[in-house]
Design a protein around this ligand. Structure first.
Ligand code: PEP
Length: 255
C-alpha cells in the first residue's frame, strides 16, 4: 500500500522562534490526534531544519524536509546548500521543482533531473513538483507539459531510484490563489501521471508511487480531493502555516 503524506511547505515564512513554536504545536497535535498510518512532512526554510529534526525525534509520524538543494555535491556556489549538508543534519525529504523555483529561479527540467540525482545519491527523498500554468491548460497542452516534466525530470532514473520519489501535482494556477482544481480535474491528472509511470516502469511501481495534490488545499476541500483513488495526500502552502489547519488536513487520513 502506498504511503499517504501531507507535506507542508512553509516557503520563506516564519522567523526562527515562530517556526519552532509552530512545529511544536504540530508535533503535539499529531501525537494526540493522528490515528492512521499517514505521514506529516514539514518543509521549512534552511534556518529551522536542524532544530526541527531534533524536535521531531520520538514523533515517527512527523518528518522534516527542505525546500531546495543544489545539484552539485559541493563547491564554489555562494549562498547554496547541498544535499549532503541536509542529510548530515538528519533531513529526510527535499522539495524539488516547485513552480516558484521554476518561475523565479528559472529551474528547468534538465537542472531538476540533476538535482534529483544528487538528492538521491545523498539519501534524500525528493518531493518532485510538476504542474501546468493556466495558459497551458487553456491551450489544452497540459497533459503534454506534465509528460515532459516527468520524462525530462525523472524518467532517466532506474526503477530502484524511482521508488524513492514522491510526486506532487500542483497546477500553477491553483497555488496561493484560492482556486483549487476540482476533485475530478485533479484525479484525471493523477491517473494520467500513474499511467505514465506504469508505461515507463511497471504497474507495481506505479501503484506504489505516492502522488500528492497541491494548490489551495485546505481542511474543507481536502476530504473530497483525498477520496480520489489516485490522490495520496497533499502539498500544502498557506494552510501549513496554521497548525490547526495543517493537522486537520492530515487527519483526513485518520483510520
Ligand atoms: C504550494 O506552494 O506548494 C502550495 C500548494 O501553496 P498553497 O497551498 O498556498 O496554494
Amino acid at each position: 500500500m502506498r504511503k499517504k503524506i501531507v507535506a507542508g511547505n512553509w516557503k520563506m515564512n516564519l522567523d526562527y522562534s515562530e517556526g519552532l513554536a509552530l512545529f511544536s504545536e504540530i508535533t503535539n497535535m499529531v501525537k494526540d490526534e493522528v490515528t492512521g498510518k499517514q505521514q506529516a512532512v514539514v518543509c521549512s526554510p534552511f534556518i529551522h531544519l536542524h532544530s526541527l529534526v531534533q524536535m521531531a525525534k520520538g514523533y515517527d509520524k512527523v518528518s522534516v524536509g527542505a525546500q531546495n538543494a543544489h545539484q552539485a555535491e559541493s563547491g564554489a556556489y555562494t549562498g547554496e546548500v547541498s544535499a549532503k549538508m541536509l542529510k548530515s543534519i538528519g533531513v529526510e525529504y527535499v522539495i524539488l521543482g516547485h513552480s516558484e523555483r521554476r518561475q523565479y529561479f528559472h529551474e528547468s527540467n534538465e537542472l531538476l533531473a540533476k538535482k534529483t540525482d544528487t538528492a538521491l545519491a545523498n539519501g534524500l527523498k525528493p518531493i518532485f513538483c510538476i504542474g501546468e500554468t493556466l495558459e497551458e491548460r487553456n491551450s489544452e497542452i497540459h497533459f503534454q507539459v506534465i509528460k515532459d516534466q516527468l520524462v525530462e525530470g525523472l524518467f532517466h532514473l532506474s526503477a530502484e531510484q524511482f521508488t524513492k520519489i514522491v510526486i506532487a501535482y500542483e497546477p500553477v494556477w491553483a497555488i496561493g490563489t484560492g482556486l483549487t482544481a476540482t476533485a475530478d480535474q485533479a484525479q484525471e491528472i493523477h491517473a494520467f501521471i500513474r499511467a505514465e509511470i506504469a508505461a515507463k516502469y511497471d504497474q507495481q511501481i506505479a501503484n506504489d508511487t505516492t502522488i500528492l495534490y497541491g494548490g489551495s488545499c485546505n481542511p474543507k476541500n481536502a476530504p473530497e480531493l483525498f477520496a480520489q483513488p489516485d490522490i495520496d495526500g497533499g502539498l500544502i502552502g498557506g494552510a501549513s502555516l496554521k497548525s490547526r489547519d495543517f493537522v486537520d488536513i492530515l487527519k483526513v487520513f485518520n483510520a
